[in-house]
Ligand binder design. Structure first.
Ligand SMILES: Nc1ncnc2c1ncn2[C@@H]1O[C@H](COP(=O)(O)OP(=O)(O)O)[C@@H](O)[C@H]1O
Ligand SMILES: [Mg+2]
Ligand SMILES: [Zn+2]
Length: 535
């Protein structure tokens, strides 16, 4: 009878395992010190060795030569555990035994001494699936465990284990297994099985498991069933619905040329080759994820499941794009992938998704746009005899904010008080600046602001009304009267504009090359005011 590879090659000792070094080391140590816990939680991705290590631990505990971290593998305990037939190692699949009855039985069972071995080991698979009542039954046992009882709860969803249980267990996180370790393992198993697999095929199989040894081994089974004793990269890739870098690279090329036409061509090709579009979109998202990681890492990294040669190629592609673009594209391809899961028209969705990538790539980050506006040589501040008057970045505390242009009379002090009130408000910097540019007049329950146009927006803010009613102790109406700049005298923040109504200044500004460039970059932008920094 054919035994699936994953089962045939289930490690029987710690040394046969790949990955999970931290789990092995800690358990090894615990056994050597005879510090065996009554409860363990093995948490992590499927197919990474939870059940396997639980069984190995059971062997360590119950081997006639034990407790030992290197069980003999020959005694009846060792042999029976490997077959799942040991009387004192009880495996419960919580996915099918969710019920309280099973847990009650277990509670009964645990009370009796082991029939032959040192420990009674309960391995509960998919432990997150047991019911609350069953958890309660288990909790009672864990609160007062008999000396011989050891529970190992295996789960892919550790957060679903109640805290009361978790706090009584020692928890281990199982990690996904590294690509290079998976490739080596595949190569070894293939040699054992007399399978001739090329390096690319091994890499594809390792990749397809996404860190799960079992999934990679299942893929190997599938490949052998389909292709026989000789496995090559393209055939295995086809079988598993994976895509070569070369085919994914076409998308990157289309993006580099901003070509929507090329994108549509890619979809047409996929369709006529009968490719699975969902698979393609998944692989595409993974591709952009790898490009982004490669762009950030800048060197070969174990964060990418690919051979050094492939990583080299990824990096070559990645450096052509910015981190921002790659991030945006990853997000968009993930969205496309999700949409395709449910789509009745995958082709349309894929086309739309790919077109969106092109459009998103045409968007420029605003920083970049602004940088391209910067004058060719940024003038060092020292070269300017008189630096432009600074605009305060944040409202300073009121005392420091003395009225800039001292005026006498009640109006001036009203202005100071309004400014002070604004100074204490969050996010009112613009209103504060507007007040400083204005002249205030109080008249019959109304406060009139005489201000230049540049202050209008800040004055319209409700912050001003709040400040006014705070200062005057009652709500007042505010009136904004826009005046020519000259009429709002002597404030430091008053932009020194050209002579009133100076159309000449506006014309000059519009002719300025920087301004023209800005208007090209941001079509539809308008020049609202001109101020001369030299004044
Ligand atoms: N860390 C590992 N080292 C070697 N083989 C492993 C490892 N993890 C899983 N496997 C392989 O995958 C199969 C399933 O592993 P298993 O321990 O049942 O995974 P889990 O319980 O985490 O879902 C094993 O029979 C073994 O062939
Ligand atoms: Mg398992
Ligand atoms: Zn033994």
């Amino acid at each position: 009878m054919y035994q699936v590879i994953a089962r045939k090659y289930r490690p029987q000792t710690f040394s046969e395992l790949i990955g999970q070094e931290h789990v092995r080391a800690t358990l090894d140590h615990a056994i050597a010190q005879r510090r065996i816990a009554h409860g363990y939680i093995f948490a992590g991705q499927r197919g990474t060795g939870k059940t396997t290590i639980a069984r190995i631990l059971a062997r360590c505990l119950n081997c006639v030569t034990g407790p030992t971290s290197s069980p003999c593998g020959k005694c009846s305990s060792c042999l029976e555990i490997a077959e799942g037939a040991a009387p004192d190692v009880i495996e419960i699949d919580a996915a099918s035994n969710r019920g309280i009855n099973e847990m009650r039985e277990l509670r009964e069972n645990v009370r009796y001494r082991p029939s032959r071995d040192r420990y009674k080991v309960f391995i509960i698979d998919e432990a997150h699936q047991i019911t609350n009542e069953a958890f309660n039954a288990l909790l009672k046992t864990l609160e007062e465990p008999p000396e011989w009882a050891v529970f190992i709860l295996c789960t892919t969803e550790a957060h679903k284990i109640p805290a009361t249980i978790a706090s009584r267990c020692q928890q281990f996180s199982f990690r996904s297994v590294e690509f290079s370790q998976l490739v080596d393992r595949m190569a070894w198993i293939c040699s054992q099985e007399g399978i001739d697999a090329d390096a690319e095929a091994l890499a594809v199989l390792a990749q397809s498991g996404e860190g799960s040894v079992r999934d990679s081994l299942s893929a190997l089974d599938q490949a052998i069933a389909c292709c026989g004793n000789k496995l090559d990269g393209p055939a295995v890739r086809d079988l598993l619905g994976l895509y070569s870098l070369a085919s994914l690279e076409k998308v990157a090329a289309a993006l580099e040329h901003s070509s929507t036409e090329q994108m549509l061509e890619i979809v047409a090709e996929l369709e006529s080759a009968g490719k699975h579009l969902q698979h393609f979109s998944r692989e595409l998202a993974r591709f952009f994820r790898n490009l982004l990681v490669s762009r950030i890492a800048g060197k070969t990294t174990r964060l990418i499941s690919a051979s050094p040669g492939e990583q080299e190629k990824l990096r070559e592609i990645a450096v052509r794009f910015s981190e921002e673009d790659l991030t945006r594209w990853l997000q968009l391809t993930l969205e496309t992938y999700q949409q395709l899961q449910y789509s009745l028209q995958p082709r349309l969705h894929l086309e739309l998704g790919l077109l969106r990538l092109v459009h998103a790539g045409r968007m420029k980050p605003i920083e970049e746009a602004l940088k391209s506006l910067a004058p060719p040589s940024a003038p060092p501040s020292a070269s300017r005899p008189v630096p432009p008057k600074p605009i305060p970045a944040a409202p300073a505390p009121p005392p420091a904010r003395a009225a800039p242009a001292p005026q006498t009379g009640p109006a001036a002090s009203l202005k100071d008080r309004v400014a002070a009130a604004l100074g204490q408000m969050r996010g009112a910097a613009m209103s504060l600046r507007a007040v400083e540019q204005s002249e205030l007049r109080e008249q019959g329950g109304e406060v009139e602001f005489l201000a230049p146009r540049s202050a209008a927006m800040g004055l319209r803010s409700p912050d001003i009304d709040k400040a006014l009613s705070q200062v005057l102790g009652k709500p007042v109406r505010k009136k904004i009267t826009l005046v020519e700049p000259a009429a709002a005298p002597g404030t430091p923040l008053q932009p020194a504009a050209g002579p009133p109504g100076d159309e000449e200044t506006l014309k000059r500004a519009l002719a300025n090359p920087e301004v023209r460039k800005f208007q090209q970059l941001f079509p539809g932008s308008q020049v609202r005011g001109v101020r001369d920094l030299k004044e």
